[in-house]
Design a protein around this ligand. Structure first.
Ligand code: E4P
Length: 220
């Protein structure tokens, strides 16, 4: 399974790369904008923060297929093996087809529907990113979307895989993993919630108190 962080926070990537089995970092234009750093500065810094290894994802900004292809080439000139995120619009689908022919790996993003996601996979996308929380927030079901998409990809586009995205709670992410998603990207706060629980901290503190009470020091 591939676990990604969805962030441009270099400090957080460094910190979490030490303790989590991170496969890499995903970004989107809003995330990059929040860092106030241009991609040519940000992307190499994120790569360094990962320890000089791992997969990076960044998104095109143009709204025509040709513009998206040009953006993809610019992004790949910064990080050679970057996966290019392309919104699954009509122009995005045309761009994914062109990029696939060139051998440039893509992720179909902004996926709110299973058929929309399948089309990006059929166009050649390596990953498809359904927006779980955004679908839930609209009154839909992110997990139903994931289940439908997984099933469609297995049957019709087995070269592509779901990279579930847009999470606000650990439960949403866990449900996607239980549904068989092979890749997810978590914002820093959700990743942190997975590994910091007050009950766990309290349990460890109690072990420490009991040990100190008996032996006076923490030494084994
Ligand atoms: C993934 O492709 C998206 O960039 C991202 O996960 C969206 O997350 P958000 O809904 O929290 O903005």
């Amino acid at each position: 399974m591939e676990l990604y962080l969805d962030t441009a926070d270099i400090h957080a990537v460094k910190k979490l790369a030490r303790i989590l089995p991170l496969a890499g970092v995903t970004t989107n234009p809003s995330i990059v904008a929040s860092s106030k750093q241009r991609p040519e500065n940000l992307l190499p810094a994120l790569y360094d923060a990962l320890g000089g290894t791992g997969q990076l994802f960044a998104q095109v900004m143009a709204d025509t297929a040709q513009g998206m292809v040009d953006d993809a080439r610019k992004l790949r000139a910064i990080i050679a093996d970057l996966v290019v995120k392309v919104p699954v619009t009509p122009e995005g689908l045309a761009a994914i087809k062109c990029l696939s022919k060139e051998g440039i790996p893509t992720l179909g993003t902004a996926v709110y529907g299973a058929a929309q996601g399948l089309l990006s996979a059929l166009a050649g996308a390596r990953y498809v990113a359904p927006y779980i929380n955004r679908v839930d927030a609209q009154g839909g079901s992110g997990i139903e979307l994931v289940n439908d998409l997984q099933s469609l990809l297995v049957q019709h586009a087995p070269q592509a895989q779901v990279l579930a995205a847009s999470f606000k709670t650990p439960r949403q992410a866990l449900d996607c993993l239980l549904a068989g998603c092979g890749a997810i990207t978590l914002p820093v706060d959700v990743a942190t919630q997975f590994i910091s629980a007050p009950a766990v901290t309290a349990a460890v503190e109690k072990f420490e108190q009991d040990w100190l009470g008996a032996f006076g020091s923490k030494q084994l």
